[in-house]
Design a protein around this ligand. Sequence first.
Ligand SMILES: [Zn+2]
Length: 698
Amino acid sequence: MVLSAAGIRFPIWAQAGTSVAGAARLLLGVDYYPDQTPEALWEEDSRMMAEVGFTNVRIAEFAWALMEPAEGKFDFAWLRRAVEILHKHNISVILGTPSAAPPPWLMVRYPDVVEVNAQGERLHPGGRRFTCPTNQVYRRLSLSIANAMAREFADTTGVIGWQIDNELTLSSSQRCYCNFCQAGFQAWLRSKYGSLDNLNKSWGTVFWSQTYTDFSQIPVPLPSGGDPNPGLALDYDRYQSYANVSFQEEQLVMLRKTCPHHFVTTNNVGLPLDTIDLRSLYEKLDFVAFDNYPGFFEMLLHQEANGPISPDTIPANIALGHDFARSIKGGKPFMIMEEQSGKAGQRTFSPQPEKGQVRLWTHQAVAHGAMGVNYFRWDTATFGAEEYWHGILNHDRSKSPGYVEIKQAVGELKALGPEVLNSNYAADAALVFDYDCSWAVKIQPGHHALSYMAQVTSWYGAISASHTGIDVIAPGADLAPYKIVFAPVVYVLSEAQASKIKSFVQGGGMFVTNFRLGVKTESSQIVRTPLPGPLRDVMGVTVADYVPIYSAKQGVKFSSAFAGPDGQCGIWADILQPSGAEVLGSYTSGEHAGEAAITMNSFGKGKAVYIGADLDAGSLSRVLRTLSAMSGVKQPFDVPPGVELTLRKSGDKQWIFLLNHTSVAQTVSIPKPLTDLLTKEAYSGTIELRGYGVRVLS
Ligand SMILES: [Zn+2]
């Protein structure tokens, strides 16, 4: 009921209130590959899945070559047999359309569909996600196989929904620069700007003699002896995102028509990847589906990090992904389409999940708003590029270390039931994530070490450490539901966004931002007014100068509001000149010693805080947590470091998730008696959590 109230269209099986494997409206399943498994094992697999308690599988998203062995010649007999065997064991099926990996015959016949990377090099077949999102031939062939699947399975008992393609955000080159994309870009620009005069003015093409006299002259940002026009480069990011969204929407329109009783979604790896605007991608889909690999992410961090990784980094980054997934559709519950179940990797293995971690990751997703979890994958492949990607069964089909935990977690989620899984996540704070800012900062970071995504993740980590519920919102979102809004590096700022921020602060909200505020317009031109541009009155400061920091050290001395040791300023210092704002921090060194680094302005009924310095992690955490407290954000009770506290609510009911992300036992003091819904044990005074332990309290 909560889902339908939230505007999510139920598939027939849920609308009728019927049950799937005894678990109405739950999606607790596994990603399964009958195409990679001898048919003699399908029956045993289905029986074992039912024993775990799974309600559904996702299948066929990489089986194009088997389903269409030659162009226009379809074979779904094997897939139908698999669906029937699964259904016999009460396992429902989510079908994946296979456009992420085309078969070899297609590549030989239509070699032009291959993507061209940022160096102008054409990729090669043999991997996955190597095709152009604009190419009309590839779109036609992708739609053709998806359409044939849809017609075949529209009325097949047991099929409940669709995943379009697979991980559109995850490609090696992230952008295609081929001739088809150039033509698509030119057509998109014609539609956006209407006239070349508008486009030339918007980009400032008079610079370097780039004035275009025909849309066909407009290039894509390939290497050309100098950096591209910033306006062109930002529009190209927007176009590539649009091309992927419209590629998906062609399949969506067909599925809506052919399979009106099925739900439709797609799965993606979310932040920190910013390749496609996921708010646009999911706009017309029924719900957001995400893939969650905490261990794989940890391995990537180890490969990139220069030093040790803080123990809070992984849980905070994963929580950021979940909060973003939930916020994309305004708080509607989302699904984990792939949840890590063991070691994961292509050439190297991620760390072995420690005992309890797979269950912990499952509950963390639910705590942040997941309504269903599919584990990746059932059995572990003995061939192909993902042989190292462990499933619930090992290579020899013995049960993996994760098997017992997954069975336990599935049982627990069924026992918690649809009410908890479809409840609302409680957030008093919001963090703004803006694709335009992310792309524009990548195009011109201003300092080689400045990363928008790193700023967003470090701000999220600092805020989430205070156990404040956080939504991750678009820059133009309604700010009224929040007490405090955090927005780091608002490099691109539209008048409309500035006006929303102004109203929010005027109405009593607290807006917290930092350096590079309001530098650029949506056309990626620098504003002609003193910084911070359209927010000067709200922030109560003028940026007297901005200073990228390389060798010279800079420090920050805090006022009593942020009492603590002096902070270090890393790569950037906006020198603030207050015009009404109170100074809460000042620089300590060089010619700017004594000048304002952090200010707070009273504007209307609210406050606007400008953090001009790129603060070290400890200082940033102290400042943001202090501001959270000042804004009136409250947590139910304190928990020790490494323990996460998250709330979900439905009407008067609330569920407190306590998640211990450390390997050691933790004791939490609780202010009132609470019952663990998983064990039915009642607690008062204190509650124990074992290493990687979970409590769901009410
Ligand atoms: Zn292309």
